[in-house]
Ligand binder design. Structure first.
Ligand code: DX5
Ligand code: ZN
Length: 216
């Protein structure tokens, strides 16, 4: 794998033509497909559920990176696992049963991720880091594509990289939100191993060249 992993987010795709969105991700050199699942409660909008993942699973072999922005993720993870998700990431603010849901995801044979919103500090997840495969740092407030990067959140990438090195952890550090051609340099400097990008990828005239910017 040529790092950082780039995970285009379907949130900015044309929902009436997800097949074409998937083809564009594959053709442009995207590494993972990022699914933003929203419940209209943890975040204001509603997007899609496990059936979307299931139906798209038949059309791609790329890893599916499922980001659950939903309350009570414990009621959802089994459905997304059976639908064909590879990574299932939950928001730590969305349940009090974090350890139990992480274990649930792992017992289903999937990679478990935890995500923190901009106002949640990495200290909150310290005890969970030895159990997870991925830590997703929200670099915007979850809910919408096309928002401005909150630069301060990138400090968390540096902090987590340090922790990871010191403790010999294996999780992937991923960021999500506000990544585009303008913020590319700053983002790369912080050094996440995986980057989610939605609107900047789907709106770009040359999405393949856009992805190459991160792979230099
Ligand atoms: C926001 C979502 C993101 C979103 C990012 O709540 O989690 O994955 O698609 O969109 P951009 O890249 O446009 O900021
Ligand atoms: Zn996301």
């Amino acid at each position: 794998m040529n790092y950082p992993i780039i995970a285009p987010s379907l949130l900015s795709a044309d929902f009436s033509d997800m097949e074409q969105a998937l083809a564009l991700i594959e053709k442009s050199g995207g590494d993972w497909v990022h699914f933003d699942v929203m419940d209209g409660s943890f975040v204001p909008d509603i997007t899609f559920g496990h059936k979307m993942v299931n139906d798209m699973r038949k059309r791609s072999d790329l890893p599916f990176d499922v980001h659950l922005m939903v309350y009570h993720p414990e009621t959802q993870v089994e459905k997304f696992a059976h639908a064909g998700a590879d990574y299932i990431t939950i928001q730590v603010e969305a349940t009090i049963h974090l350890h139990s849901v992480i274990m649930q995801i792992k017992e289903l044979g999937k990679k478990a991720g935890i995500s923190i919103v901009p106002s949640t500090q990495p200290g909150r997840i310290k005890e969970l880091l030895c159990f997870v495969d991925l830590v997703l740092i929200m670099t915007v407030n979850p809910g919408y594509g096309g928002q401005k990067l909150i630069h301060e959140t990138l400090e968390k990438v540096v902090e987590l990289k340090e922790l990871k090195k010191n403790k010999n952890y294996n999780f992937i550090i991923e960021i999500d939100g506000g990544v585009n051609r303008e913020t590319c340099g700053t983002v790369l400097k912080a050094g996440p191993e995986a980057i989610v990008t939605g609107s900047a990828f789907f709106d770009d005239k040359d999405p393949a060249a856009y992805i190459r910017l991160f792979k230099k």
